[in-house]
Design a protein around this ligand. Structure first.
Ligand SMILES: Cc1cc2nc3c(=O)[nH]c(=O)nc-3n(C[C@H](O)[C@H](O)[C@H](O)COP(=O)(O)OP(=O)(O)OC[C@H]3O[C@@H](n4cnc5c(N)ncnc54)[C@H](O)[C@@H]3O)c2cc1C
Length: 477
C-alpha cells in the first residue's frame, strides 16, 4: 500500500502523492488536525510521519487531557472556565512571557475545538475527583492520547489523506519565505515533495540530546525524554537556516522529576513519581536541597525536573517510610526497600552515615504541633534547617524505609518558529510566509515563554493545527 502510494500516475501530477496541495510534516495531534482540516476543504494532503506506524502519534499519544474554556457546563466539564480565568492561569505560570493576542485566541477557540474533536472521533471522560480535581478545566480523553491519535488517523484515512510512515522530512527548499519543495526519506530512499503549501507540525527538539546539550551543557546527557524519540527538531533547524523568526529560549522546556529507571524515550506518564511531598529528597551527598512540602504536588511537580537537573549527576533520591507508602499513586516500578536508613542508603549508593544524619536532623526539626493532613496545606513543618519543609513534615522513622532515584524527565521544548494568528511562519526579512504554516510544539514558544499549565499543549496544537490546515488549504488553491 505504502509502496504504491509513491508511484505517480503516468503523465499526470494529479493524484501523485509527491505533488499534493498540502504537505504536513509530523504525525501527532497538530499534524493530524491540520491534515484533516485541509482534506475537508477538498485539498489533496500528504502527511509524513517519521515514526513507524506502531509508534505513530508523537508526544500526543502520551497525553491525557486538554484545557478548555467554557462559559457553563459543557460535556464532561463542570461549572464554567471563562477566558479571563484561563488567561490569568496562563499568565501566572509563564510570568507574562506569552504573546497575549495569540494566547487569547487559543483560549477562545478551545470551546469550538472541543466540539470539533468530538465530531472527529475523540471521546471524553470525566477526570478523577478529589483534591485539585481538574473536572472544571480539563477534558480527559477516553483511552488517553493514543485513542485520540488513532481516531484522527482513522478520520484522516477516511478523508483520503496520504500517510507515509517511517518517513522523515530532512530538508526544505524555501525562497524568500516561500516554500518550494521538501526532501523526504521514505524507507531510505530520497524523494522530493512539491506542494503548494506546507504545514510544519513536527514537534519540538527534546529528543535531540546533542541540541539539548548545547542549551544545558553536559548535564543534558543524563536527561530522560518522556515522549517520542522522533522529535529531533530537524524542521526547526531548517527554518532557522532559512531565516525564520525564532521565539523562546533553547533551555526553556517542560521538565519533571521521574523515576530514574525510566527508559531513555517514551516512558510516558507512568514513570512519574508522586511521593516527593510525603518524604524528603536528597542529592548524591545525602543532603536535602529544596522544600518538598512547598505546595500540593500537582502544582509543584513541574519544578522538580530543573531542581534535580541542577544536582551533581542530575540525580535526586526520595526517602519515605512505611506510613507514606499508600499516600500517593503507586509507582510503575517498585521502590527500593530496607529495614534501616543505613541499609537503604547502601541500596541507593549513598553514604549511610550521611543519610542517617540528614534524616535525624530532619526528624528532630519537626514542629509537631498539629495533625498531618495531606488534603490541605497542613503547615506541619520543620524549623531551623538550612532548607525547611513547610508542609506534611512527618518523621521518617517507621520501617521498612523506601527510596526512589529521580532523574530529570523532559516533556517538550518551547523554542520554535514565530507565527501570526493565521499560523503563518514569520521570516526575519520577508515577514509572514504565504504558504508555510506551523502548529503544535514547533511554535509553542509563542504562547509558552516559560512554565506550564496542564492541558495547554494539546490546546495549542489543536487550535493552531486547525487554523494551519484551513489556511494551507486556502493558500494551495
Ligand atoms: C508524557 C507526556 C504527557 C503529556 N501529557 C499532556 C496532556 O495530558 N495534555 C497536554 O495538553 N499536553 C500533554 N503533553 C504535551 C503534549 O504531548 C504536546 O504539547 C503535544 O502532543 C504536541 O503535539 P504536536 O503535534 O506538536 O507534537 P507531537 O505529538 O510530538 O508530534 C510530532 C510528530 O512529528 C514527527 N516528526 C518529527 N520530526 C519529523 C520529521 N523531520 N519528519 C517527519 N516527521 C517528524 C514525530 O514523529 C511526531 O509524530 C504531554 C507530553 C508528554 C511527553
Amino acid at each position: 500500500m505504502q509502496e504504491e502510494v509513491l508511484k505517480a500516475p503516468s503523465g499526470s501530477r494529479t493524484g501523485d502523492p509527491l505533488y499534493p496541495d498540502v504537505l504536513v510534516v509530523g504525525g501527532g495531534n497538530a499534524a493530524l488536525c491540520a491534515a484533516i482540516r485541509a482534506a475537508e476543504e477538498g485539498r489533496s494532503v500528504l502527511l509524513v510521519e517519521h515514526a513507524p506506524q506502531s509508534l505513530r502519534g508523537g508526544n500526543s499519544q502520551h497525553t491525557r487531557n486538554f484545557r478548555c474554556m467554557h462559559e457553563g457546563p459543557k460535556g464532561i466539564l463542570s461549572g464554567a472556565y471563562p477566558e479571563e480565568e484561563y488567561y490569568a492561569d496562563l499568565l501566572r505560570v509563564t510570568a507574562g512571557k506569552t504573546t497575549p493576542a495569540l494566547a487569547r485566541m487559543v483560549i477562545r477557540q478551545t470551546t469550538a475545538a472541543y466540539d470539533w474533536m468530538e465530531e472527529h472521533g475523540v471521546r471524553f471522560q470525566p477526570s478523577l475527583g478529589g483534591t485539585l480535581s481538574l473536572s472544571r478545566t480539563n477534558a480527559f480523553f477516553l483511552g488517553g492520547g493514543r485513542a485520540l491519535v488513532n481516531a484522527y488517523y482513522h478520520t484522516a484515512e477516511r478523508l483520503g489523506v496520504h500517510i507515509l510512515y517511517d518517513t522523515e522530512a530532512t530538508a526544505l527548499t524555501v525562497e524568500e519565505g516561500v516554500f518550494r519543495f521538501a526532501v523526504i526519506q521514505y524507507k531510505g530512499i530520497r524523494h522530493e515533495v512539491h506542494a503548494r503549501a506546507l504545514v510544519l507540525a513536527s514537534g519540538g527538539f527534546e529528543s535531540n540530546l546533542e541540541w539539548l546539550e548545547e542549551a544545558w551543557g553536559p548535564s543534558a546527557r543524563n536527561f530522560l525524554i518522556r515522549g517520542t524519540r522522533f522529535n529531533r527538531g530537524r524542521m526547526l533547524k531548517e527554518m532557522m537556516r532559512h531565516g525564520a523568526s525564532i521565539i523562546g529560549e533553547p533551555d526553556q522546556c517542560h521538565a519533571v522529576a521521574i523515576d530514574g529507571r525510566a527508559p531513555q524515550f517514551d516512558g510516558g506518564i507512568v514513570t512519574r513519581l508522586d511521593c516527593v511531598s510525603f518524604g524528603i529528597v536528597v542529592n548524591e551527598q545525602a543532603q536535602r536541597f529544596y522544600d518538598e512540602g512547598e505546595d500540593f504536588w500537582p502544582k509543584r511537580y513541574a519544578i522538580w525536573g530543573r531542581l534535580v537537573a541542577a544536582q551533581a549527576n542530575q540525580v535526586g533520591h526520595v526517602i519515605i517510610d512505611s506510613k507514606a507508602l499508600n499516600d500517593f499513586m503507586p509507582s510503575v516500578f517498585p521502590p527500593l526497600e530496607a529495614d534501616s536508613i543505613e541499609a537503604l542508603a547502601e541500596r541507593l549508593g549513598l553514604e549511610p552515615a550521611a543519610l542517617r544524619k540528614t534524616v535525624d536532623d530532619f526528624n528532630a526539626a519537626i514542629v509537631a504541633d498539629r495533625a498531618f493532613d495531606n488534603l490541605v496545606l497542613d503547615g506541619l513543618c520543620t524549623r531551623g534547617l538550612a532548607v525547611d519543609k513547610t508542609n506534611w513534615a512527618r518523621p521518617i522513622c517507621d520501617p521498612p524505609f523506601y527510596g526512589y532515584t529521580l532523574a530529570p524527565g523532559i516533556t517538550f521544548t518551547y523554542m520554535g518558529v514565530e507565527v501570526d494568528e493565521k499560523a503563518r511562519v514569520l521570516f526575519e526579512k520577508t515577514g509572514a510566509s504565504p504558504n508555510i504554516y506551523a502548529a503544535g510544539e514547533i511554535m509553542a514558544g509563542n504562547i509558552l515563554g516559560q512554565g506550564y499549565t496542564a492541558g495547554i499543549g494539546m490546546a495549542i496544537g489543536t487550535v493552531f493545527g486547525l487554523i494551519a490546515g484551513e489556511e494551507a488549504a486556502h493558500a494551495s488553491r
